[in-house]
Design a binder for this molecule. Structure first.
Ligand SMILES: Cc1cc2nc3c(=O)[nH]c(=O)nc-3n(C[C@H](O)[C@H](O)[C@H](O)COP(=O)(O)OP(=O)(O)OC[C@H]3O[C@@H](n4cnc5c(N)ncnc54)[C@H](O)[C@@H]3O)c2cc1C
Length: 341
C-alpha cells in the first residue's frame, strides 16, 4: 500500500543531499597496481604523508612532487571502484578500467623522485608538536609536518545474495558513471524516499523503463507520487532476497514472496562508513552525513590535516577526487612555503 507522507524541510534536505551520492558522483584487476615491497622507504620523516594513494591521493602527490616536497603515499590498494569493468565520465580516460587509470597516474607520480610509496595500511595517527606520527599495520612509524587523508569511503553491502557480486557491474550507484551504458534498458532503483525520487528523475532521462524497489513501505509525498505516476514509474514494495546474475550481470531480482522481476541494471543507494578511523582519532569533525568536514581549501577542523576525495563529499567521481586532491596538494605546499619563507 503506497502512502503519501509529508516530508519535513530538514528531512528533505538530508535526503536530497544523501541522494547526491548518486552523482557520484586488479591481483591485476582488483589492485590498482601491483604491490611492490617497501624497501624504498628508508626515510622515516617527510614533509607530507598522504594516506590513500588512489585518484585523490595521487593527485595531491603530483602537486607535492612537482613542488619538491618529500612526500610519502601510504596505500592499502583497495579503491572503491575496483570491481567496475569500465570507468566513465573522466576526460581522456573514458571507458578505461579503474586499474588502467590508476596505473598511469602512479607511473606519472613516480617520476617525481621526492615522492615515495608505501604499500600497506595506516592504522593509527597521532598529533605531535612538530606534526604527525603515522603507524602502519606492519608496525612501522612515519612522521610528517602535514597530513593528507585521501582514504575514500567503504560502501556497506546489504545482506542480499548476489548484490556484492554485481556491485559496479550491473548494480550501479551513479547515472553519470554507468547510466549511458544501460540507456533504454530495463532498470530498477533500489531506494526509497528522496533518494529514490532523485535517482528516478535522473535515470528517467536515460531510460523510460523504470521500477522503484523500496524494499518495504514506500515513503513519498503526494507531489512525488504524482510525478512518478506521470512518468509510468512503478513502485514495488516487496523485500529483495536475491539478485540472480551471471558473472555480475544481473538477470532477475528475486523477492522474499517468491516473485521474480527481470532487470538489465539496478541502481542502489547504499550506506557507507569512512574507510579509515584515523580522521576520527585525530579529532577531525565529520558532518551529519558522515563526511570529513573540509573548507574550500580541503583543510579539516584539525590544523595541519587535510582531506580530499570521496571521504569529504557526496559528489563521488574520479574527476572530483582528482580535482580536490590537486587543491589539497597545492595548499599544503603553500602552507609549508609560508612557514619557511
Ligand atoms: C562501483 C563504483 C563504480 C564507480 N564508477 C565510476 C566511474 O565510472 N566514473 C567516475 O568518475 N567515478 C566512479 N566511481 C566513483 C569513484 O570511483 C570515486 O569517486 C573515486 O574512486 C574516489 O577516489 P578516492 O581517491 O577518494 O578514493 P578511492 O578511490 O576509494 O581510494 C581510497 C584509497 O585509500 C586506501 N586506504 C583507505 N584507508 C587506508 C588506510 N588506513 N591506509 C592506507 N590506505 C588506505 C584504499 O585502499 C584506496 O586505495 C565509482 C565508484 C564505485 C563505488
Amino acid at each position: 500500500m503506497l502512502k503519501a507522507k509529508k516530508t519535513s524541510r530538514r528531512k528533505f534536505i538530508k535526503q536530497s543531499s544523501l541522494a547526491l551520492s548518486a552523482y557520484s558522483v586488479s591481483n591485476s584487476l582488483l589492485l590498482p597496481f601491483p604491490l611492490k615491497n617497501n624497501s624504498m622507504v628508508e626515510n622515516k620523516s617527510f614533509d607530507v604523508i598522504i594516506i590513500g594513494g588512489s585518484y585523490s591521493g595521487l593527485s595531491a602527490a603530483m602537486a607535492l612532487g612537482r613542488s619538491l616536497r618529500n612526500t610519502l603515499v601510504i596505500d592499502s590498494g583497495k579503491p572503491c571502484n575496483r570491481q567496475t569493468p569500465h570507468s566513465h565520465n573522466f576526460l581522456t580516460q573514458d571507458g578505461k578500467t579503474p586499474a588502467q587509470i590508476s596505473t598511469i597516474a602512479k607511473q606519472q607520480v613516480e617520476a617525481y623522485e621526492t615522492v615515495k610509496f608505501y604499500n600497506g595500511l595506516a592504522t593509527n595517527g597521532k598529533k605531535r608538536n612538530e606534526g604527525f606520527e603515522i603507524e602502519t599495520a606492519s608496525g612501522e612509524t612515519f612522521f610528517s609536518k602535514k597530513l593528507i587523508i585521501a582514504t575514500g569511503i567503504k560502501d556497506i553491502m546489504p545482506d542480499i545474495k548476489g548484490f556484492s557480486n554485481c556491485w559496479g557491474i550491473s548494480v550501479i550507484h551513479c547515472p553519470y558513471c554507468h547510466g549511458y551504458e544501460y540507456r533504454t534498458q530495463k532498470t530498477g532503483i533500489m531506494a526509497n524516499r528522496g533518494q529514490a525520487f532523485h535517482l528516478a528523475s535522473l535515470v528517467n532521462n536515460l531510460t523510460p523503463n523504470l521500477t522503484i524497489l523500496t524494499q518495504g513501505e514506500a515513503d513519498f509525498d503526494m507531489e512525488q507520487i504524482k510525478k512518478l505516476k506521470k512518468h509510468k514509474i512503478e513502485i514495488v514494495e516487496n523485500e529483495i532476497s536475491e539478485i540472480e546474475h551471471k558473472n555480475g550481470q544481473i538477470n532477475n531480482v528475486i523477492f522474499k514472496n517468491g516473485r521474480k522481476m527481470n532487470f538489465d541494471a539496478v541502481y542502489a543507494a547504499i550506506p557507507f562508513i569512512q574507510h579509515s578511523d584515523i580522521p576520527n582519532t585525530l579529532g577531525c569533525n565529520l558532518n551529519e552525513q558522515g563526511y570529513i568536514e573540509v573548507d574550500p581549501f580541503q583543510k579539516t577542523s584539525v590544523e595541519g590535516v587535510f582531506a580530499c576525495g570521496d571521504n569529504t563529499t557526496p559528489f563521488r567521481s574520479v574527476a572530483y577526487a582528482v580535482s580536490c586532491g590537486n587543491i589539497a596538494g597545492a595548499i599544503v605546499n603553500k602552507e609549508l612555503v609560508e612557514e619557511r619563507f
